[in-house]
Design a protein around this ligand. Structure first.
Ligand code: ATP
Ligand code: MG
Length: 721
């Protein structure tokens, strides 16, 4: 029953082919990384179109990011040519949600011209509502509440649905009422937030069965990629569209429970496990052949993920195993600067051998790690692009902090002054700023000078005047300090005294901790310069660096945004306890957080096709203090057979690596990586200290882990040395 001309089916393995050709009825493809799940979805779309089963407008295809959507459109285009034109329903949950809502806005009580609020708007609005309730918005921060509302919306909960306990958790039990007031206010403003893009369509589908039936008739085929990361609201939305009374439900979801990495944002991996119940008679297809990576990479990744308990478990194999394939390389560095230098050298070496920069990626656990690499690449003149977010120095918190520093170093920098005059909020609204501008223009002086002049007059209202006086005096104080304290100390002082750090500390949003980390990294990076001015010059140059998106460039991104992507060469820096696994997951104590970190590690490892480099440093500056760091437990969880400890310069050359030392033929000590970087000459005391802390913490994970480790590798603590 194959179509007359189906060249796109060629090369698929039998299971993939089954997944493509089982067009009717529910299909779940549950398979590990690199087994061709996304390829199956793309080919399936091509097949449906090529065999005339549906028009492009009758296919609903959901991807996780806009980038993935564009890529899928392109890949289908390659397979079927122009037929892909006008696939209007291929996109993310949000982009499809907007489209649905524009069509049915009146049923949701909106005009079709509704606006979509960003987080800032949302928070401003919530703050007004909190204050209108007579509540102290310092005690009950709007950002925290915004976060709670997002959580409820991810679970598909309207104000009336939220559980009693949750409702009590905010503002002495006013949570529900405030949430309802917020929704009402959005309606008057003819606005929606991101969560509404799913919730409104869900409500419309429920309340207007005719509308839902219209879509049942319209969407003949539904496809979803990365199904393991759908949250409850997305799942409800999908089920409404996919579960119909009569006729077949042609829904195909693909995913991998081992790659569920958005639990912290409300994703429910259970959705994938429930599929067969939700869609009785579903065909479940498992793909086991990995086409992406070498046997070494796959071996390392499979071995690592096997340490998770809560998983379905699956087989993965590859036929790509050439004796010449490089093993996974683990490198040690003294600190993050050396790490960046080592990665840079490796990249240049590959480039010399003819590898394209486009085929290389650096995937970090936390975005503050990017700074060191970006600086290094600028120095080397290596082209790079940051995916899924701004470059380090372009981030909001970095720009804000830099603006303070610029005004201190260069009081006539009006742009910088304007940026922070009311950040954090200090009651200097538009009117006050206009007044400052007027004075500046009249007298031909910089804004800061105008501000100083203004506070000496009666022209301004008392409140803003007091605020402006404090600010002007602060700048005077900071300027007077320039030659007295070190520039890093001054920078810290500025961020503290201006209230800027506190602003983010009081911020309950998911991004706030990352922003604080970035600020610390900013201060850290200043140490490498002699003076504040020298540092500012450096940043100006970095900001000005050539960037041409079309050029060959190394990709730099977080592990979270690397989902679904693949590169020839992948660098994974920062494999240290406290960074990866992240301290927040360790602090939680339980299994959940740690297992999600391990899945993230699995996602990272499986992005590589051929060359995979892991790095850890012996020292990292955390919270302003240098600390000896321990290699990540995930390094210990890699199988020896597929891993090489790099001998190439880097941290080892200079820091007394244990291999090659007399009496230590086995480079793997008690824990193979704990010892190698810390041996003898340098950080032994630090390492011992860290080791003690770790044992003192009576961390269950650590306990079971070392036992497990000793058993698995076949030597215990007593064997080493
Ligand atoms: P992830 O879980 O990381 O999202 P995936 O399961 O979606 O991975 P794909 O990205 O679809 O995997 O495929 C991985 C790589 O293997 C791609 O480069 C793809 O083109 C290739 N591939 C998949 N199936 C085949 C096949 N039958 N023959 C040759 N190459 C294939
Ligand atoms: Mg994929």
């Amino acid at each position: 029953r194959r179509g007359p001309s189906t060249p796109y089916l060629e090369g698929l393995n039998p299971e993939q082919r089954l997944a493509v050709e089982t067009t009717e009825g529910p299909v779940l493809v549950l398979a590990g990384a690199g087994t061709g799940k996304t390829r199956v979805l793309t080919t399936r779309i091509a097949h449906i179109l090529a065999t005339g089963r549906a028009y492009p407008s009758q296919i609903l295809a959901v991807t996780f990011t806009n980038k993935a959507a564009r890529e899928m459109k392109m890949r289908v285009g390659v397979l079927v040519g122009e037929a892909v034109e006008g696939m209007p329903w291929l996109g993310t949950f949000h982009s499809i949600g907007v489209k649905l809502l524009r069509r049915h806005s009146e049923l949701a009580g909106l005009k079709s011209s509704f606006t979509i609020l960003d987080t800032d708007d949302q928070i401003r609005l919530l703050k007004q509502l909190i204050q209108a309730e007579g509540l102290d918005d310092k005690r009950w921060p709007a950002r925290q509440f915004a976060q709670m509302i997002d959580g409820w919306k991810n679970k598909g909960l309207a104000p009336g649905d939220i559980p009693e306990g949750d409702a009590r958790a905010f503002a002495n039990g006013k949570g529900r009422q405030l949430y309802a007031a917020y929704q009402a206010r959005l309606k008057t403003l003819n606005a929606v937030d991101f969560g509404d893009l799913l919730l409104h369509p869900i409500r419309v589908f429920r309340e207007y069965p005719d509308v839902l039936r219209e879509y049942h008739a319209k969407f003949k085929y539904i496809l979803v990629d990365e199904y393991q990361d759908t949250n409850t609201a997305q799942y409800m939305w999908l089920r409404l569209l996919a579960q119909r009374q009569a006729g077949s439900v042609n829904v195909c979801c693909v995913g991998d429970d081992d790659q569920s990495i958005y639990g912290w944002r409300g994703a429910e991996v259970d959705n994938i496990l429930r599929f067969e119940k939700d869609f009785p008679g579903a065909t479940v297809i498992r793909l086991e052949r990995n086409y992406r990576s070498t046997a070494h990479i796959l071996g390392a990744a499979s071995h690592l993920i096997a340490h998770n308990e809560g998983r379905l478990g699956k087989t993965l194999f590859t036929e790509q195993s050439d004796p010449d394939d490089p093993k996974v390389k683990v490198h040690a560095a003294w600190d993050s600067e050396e790490e960046a230098r080592g990665v840079g050298e490796e990249i240049e070496a590959l480039q010399t051998k003819g590898h394209a920069l486009n085929d290389m990626a650096i995937l970090v656990r936390a975005s503050f790690q990017m700074r060191e690499f970006e600086d290094r690449f600028v120095t080397l003149g290596l082209n790079y692009r940051v995916i899924g977010g701004p470059r380090f120095y372009e981030r909001q918190e970095i720009r804000d902090a830099m603006a303070y520093f610029r005004v201190v170093a260069q009081p006539a920098d009006d742009l910088a002054f304007e940026r922070i005059v009311n950040v954090p909020k200090r009651g200097l609204g538009e009117a006050a700023v206009r007044q400052i501008h007027d004075v500046a223009r009249m007298r031909g002086v910089p804004l800061l000078q105008a501000a100083r002049d203004l506070v000496g007059t009666e022209e301004m209202k008392p409140k803003p005047r007091a605020a402006l006086r404090t600010l002007a005096e602060s700048f005077e104080r900071w300027q007077s300090q320039i030659d007295r304290v070190s520039h890093t100390e001054l920078a810290e002082q500025i961020l503290e005294e201006s209230g800027y750090t506190d602003m983010w500390k009081n911020d309950r949003s998911a991004e706030a901790p990352g922003r604080l980390e970035n600020l610390k990294e900013l201060i850290r990076s200043m140490e490498e310069y002699e003076s504040l001015r020298g540092f500012l010059e450096h940043v100006a140059l970095v900001m000005d660096a050539e960037r041409d998106e079309g050029l060959d460039a190394v990709s730099l991104m977080t592990l979270h945004s690397a989902k679904g992507l693949e590169f020839d060469t992948v660098f994974l820096p920062g494999w240290e306890e406290g960074l990866f696994p992240h301290q927040r997951a360790l602090d939680e104590g339980g299994r959940t957080g740690l297992e999600e970190e391990r899945r993230l590690a699995y996602v990272g490892l499986t992005r590589a096709k051929r060359n995979l480099h892991l790095w850890f440093t012996s020292n990292r500056r955390i919270h302003g203090l240098w600390q000896s760091t321990l290699p990540s437990r995930f390094l210990d969880e890699l199988p020896e057979a597929h891993v090489d400890v790099a001998e190439d310069g880097g941290g080892y050359g200079g820091y007394g690596r244990s291999a090659g030392q007399p009496g230590r033929p086995n480079p793997y000590g008690r824990s193979r990586f704990d010892d190698t970087s810390f041996s003898n000459s340098y950080a032994t005391p630090g390492w011992q200290r860290a080791q003690r802390n770790r044992t003192d913490a009576t961390d269950r994970n650590w306990g079971t882990r070392s036992g497990h480790q000793a058993e698995r590798i076949g030597y215990g603590e007593t064997d080493s040395g």
